[in-house]
Write a protein that binds this ligand. Structure first.
Ligand code: UD1
Ligand code: CA
Length: 420
């Protein structure tokens, strides 16, 4: 088996979320948290990723169904993080090499710092290398204890801390690299005699040291990367940091965001240079916005939307799984769903593609340079030809295609007779 491998712990319910669904399925920037951790592990070079599932296991599995490098280990009872790693043993039997061990509730993890941890573990030839960080408010995290010379001693969980230990600001973000198979025997030695009565993974580094193995703790992680989501408050913090990160990236790439605070851009979306995004715009899912577009205020671009260069989408326009060709305008109040729209099209205020008949979705095709009047409704499936004109408030019914160049008016729409 090729390495490195990664183990991601995601079996817990997350009681502090007060939710029916598994904690790692709560979304940050529109995507379940577990996806970010899997992406970070893969980006750091993990060749095989074991995700430990337990609570709501089926939902977690199906959420990762398209990640073909992920395999699942089941932890039927949540007996602690050490026990959670232990259930991976069967899947990794025979593997010799480094294992990145992460928790599924840290959605801000990035690949680079994890690749760095792997590199340092290799250089140090350590049985365990753990990344640490200093937090202004370490509440909730395990603390790193060091001796007078600064050498790592052990991790103490907050609930097991003395008041002095609780005052320590260096914390354990649960980003470890353990050498396998050396870790397995150590997990058998974990003792649940702690405040929570659990098998703590956090005890493993000190046990390795007591066996004469090398353990290093390096303060190389940044606080942002390791924000652990244990509550809805943490979830909102993660969302805010993610938003800043993504928005900052696109501004660096030449996109103007008038008000980054109120602009929500999915991490999987792409935006071309000189596009201007106005306040209160939400871009969710895989969306591609070209160069020199103008979007918002109050626009909602949803998964599968493509805006070619120079498109303008204005206030209260929602676009879903649709393509708008170069220079097309939808400046005010429109819904466009499952539509292939050509270039230079003008879409009037409150025009709508009625793409859903209550059972299935159907497509609307609109040719280049067509014009849709205010309030026009296209009942899909339907095609409006090039340079056709659909009058204000016209209702173009299902399969009653409008021919290229033709003008239709009324409800249901009928060809407009040329004036005598
Ligand atoms: C854990 C660490 C703590 C660290 C913090 C960093 C332990 C004992 N403590 O605490 O030192 O500062 O993470 O974020 O490891 N999980 C399972 N099975 C279990 C228990 C937990 O899969 O039996 C999973 C959870 O789903 C979660 C992750 O492990 O994704 C961490 O569990 P959580 O309860 O959030 O641990 P913390 O209390 O945050
Ligand atoms: Ca946690």
């Amino acid at each position: 088996m090729n390495g490195p491998v990664a183990i991601i712990l995601a079996a817990g319910q997350g009681k502090r979320m007060k939710s029916d669904k598994a904690k790692v399925l709560h979304e940050v920037s529109g995507r379940p948290m577990i996806h970010y951790v899997v992406d970070a592990a893969r980006g750091a070079g993990a060749k095989r990723i074991v995700v430990v599932v337990g609570y709501d296991a089926e939902s977690v599995r199906s959420c990762l169904a398209d990640d073909h490098d992920v395999v699942f280990a089941t932890q039927t009872e949540q007996l602690g993080t050490g026990h959670a790693v232990k259930v991976c043993r069967g899947l990794l039997e025979g593997y010799h090499g480094p294992a990145l061990v992460l928790v599924g509730d840290e959605p801000l993890l990035r690949p680079e710092p994890l690749a760095d941890l792997l590199e340092r573990q290799r250089a140090e030839q350590a049985a365990c290398l753990l990344g640490s960080t200093i937090l202004p408010d370490p509440t909730g995290f395990g603390r790193i204890l060091r001796d007078a010379a600064g050498r790592f001693l052990r991790i103490v969980e907050e609930r097991d801390c003395t008041p002095e230990e609780r005052a320590l600001a260096e914390v354990n973000p649960s980003c470890y690299v353990f050498e396998l198979p050396g870790l397995w025997d150590v997990l058998d030695r974990l003792d649940p005699g702690n405040a929570q009565g659990e098998y703590y993974l956090t005890d493993a580094p000190a046990i390795l040291m007591s066996l004469g193995r090398k353990v290093t703790a390096l303060n190389v992680l940044s606080p942002d990367d390791v924000l652990g989501v244990n509550s809805r408050q943490h979830l909102a913090q993660a969302e805010a940091i993610m938003r800043c990160r993504v928005n900052d990236h696109w501004m660096t790439e030449g996109v103007t965001l008038i008000d980054p605070q109120s602009t929500h851009i999915d991490g999987r979306a792409t935006i071309g240079p000189d596009t201007v995004i106005h306040p209160h715009t939400v871009i969710s899912g895989r969306v591609r916005v070209g160069a020199r577009c103008r979007v918002g205020p109050f626009a909602h671009l949803r998964d599968g939307t493509v805006l070619e260069d120079g498109v303008e989408v204005g206030a209260f326009v929602e676009i879903n799984r649709s393509t708008l060709g170069e220079g097309t305008l939808a400046r005010h109040l429109a819904y466009l769903g499952d539509a292939a729209i050509g270039k230079g099209v003008n879409i009037g205020a409150t025009a709508v593609t009625a793409n859903f008949d209550g059972e299935r979705k159907s497509r609307t095709t609109i040719g280049d340079h067509a014009r849709l009047g205010a309030g026009a409704i296209m009942v899909a499936p339907v095609t409006v030809g090039e340079r056709a004109v659909v009058g204000a408030n016209a209702v173009v019914t299902r399969n009653h295609d409008v021919a290229p160049g033709q003008t239709v008016v009324g409800a249901p729409a009928r060809p407009l007779e040329p004036k005598g």
